[in-house]
Design a protein around this ligand. Structure first.
Ligand code: SF4
Length: 356
């Protein structure tokens, strides 16, 4: 039986299956067309009956997880990155806003009452956290929801410049605005619909003026002729943008391009972007396609060198990398108590900056 036979007003039902982990299967999602037009299509509305707050499923196979907590107030994206894994997760990756925000709110209040210690939330796992903020107001609402808990910090990841609506957030010191970065070449080739690099840095500066903490993510880093020089130039731009606000830089992550085989299969079926996989890649212990280990190590060594020229103790970490790669790239000394502890300490440092 179709959902449309069970639930009135249902005009479409998407498969919405996620291959990543069983608990991330988006069940009972009822798609209702709304009238809201957005630049790249329709904004859908839906009721979500699963858990809104889940720990990041991380990865299997011994890759180090950062201990992130994911809140999912919507899914899908209004931009179009050629490598976006959401294409493989969802039949239709157009944005869907979950209308039952009160359920999300109640769940978070209930769980936070039992939580001890620092908690690092993010909302950018299944969407871009800010590109539709003018229409949804969801990030602003989530920041307000988390305000009462001094140990809670939330990171909004984006490739957009939609930061003006965030002026309504009363405690910007409890929020990290994180910009995903890449080289101008990769942005123009692979990240259709996103803001340019200069625009992202202008938005980052505006966030600092507004009192937010900021972060940057180099994920995915691609190897191509001239990659090192171009990525080094982007690192230089970070420090130009941050200037004297170095204490507001919460963290910077790095991750070489990797993808689950589902994405390759999907792109093959669509006859699109297969050049992403044209170089030699290995299948990692978690089943994902990755660059060979020596290449990843070379990337991370070069990037560290670029960062440390500007900040000797740059708060760098690797995303979903193996212990061996942490060691071989010379970064293991940064995380003597593990990656989650390192990031918790960084979160504590930015949270306590206001208290002083
Ligand atoms: S901005 Fe993020 S979520 Fe949106 S298409 Fe690009 S990678 Fe996917």
């Amino acid at each position: 039986m179709l959902f449309s036979e069970i639930v009135p007003n249902v005009t479409s039902l998407s498969r919405i299956s996620i291959n990543r982990k069983d608990e991330y299967v988006f069940l009972f999602e009822i798609m209702i067309f709304s009238n809201i037009d957005i630049e790249h299509g329709l904004l859908f509305r839906s009721i979500y009956k699963g858990e809104f707050w889940k720990p990041c499923p991380g990865t299997t196979g011994g890759y180090l997880c950062c201990g992130y907590q994911i809140i999912t107030p919507m899914r899908g994206c209004a931009m179009y990155c050629r490598y976006c894994v959401l294409q493989a997760y969802f039949d239709d990756m157009r944005p869907v806003v979950y209308d039952n925000f009160d359920d999300l709110k109640n769940e978070i209040i209930t769980k936070m009452e039992k939580w001890h210690g620092i908690v690092r939330f993010g909302t950018g796992e299944f969407t871009d956290s800010l590109c539709l903020e003018e229409k949804t107001g969801l990030s602003t609402a989530i920041a307000a929801l988390l305000e009462p808990w001094p140990q809670a910090i939330v990171e909004f990841k984006t490739k957009s410049t939609v930061v003006k609506p965030l002026e309504k957030i009363k405690r910007p010191d409890k929020v990290i605005i994180a910009f995903s970065l890449n080289t101008p070449r990769i942005i123009s080739l692979m990240e259709q619909g996103t803001a340019s690099l200069d625009e992202r840095f202008r938005a980052a500066k505006r966030c600092l003026e507004m009192g937010f903490n900021i972060a940057f993510h180099f994920d995915p880093i691609f190897i191509y002729k001239g990659w090192e020089k171009e990525y080094r130039e982007v690192v230089e731009m970070i420090y130009d943008a941050v200037g004297k606000n170095i204490k507001k830089l919460a963290w910077c992550s790095m991750g070489g391009f990797r993808a689950n085989p589902g994405l390759k299969k999907y792109l093959k079926e669509q006859m699109r972007h297969l050049q992403l996989f044209s170089g030699e890649m290995i299948t990692g212990a978690d089943g994902k396609l990755r660059y060979f280990r020596p290449i990843r190590v070379e990337i991370y060594r070069a990037m560290q060198d670029a960062f440390y020229k500007f900040q000797a103790d740059a708060p760098l970490y690797l995303c979903m990398e193996s212990h061996e790669v942490w060691e071989e790239s010379g970064m293991i000394g940064k995380i003597p108590e593990g990656l989650p502890a390192f990031l918790d300490q960084r979160a504590e440092a930015v949270l306590s900056a206001r208290a002083r």
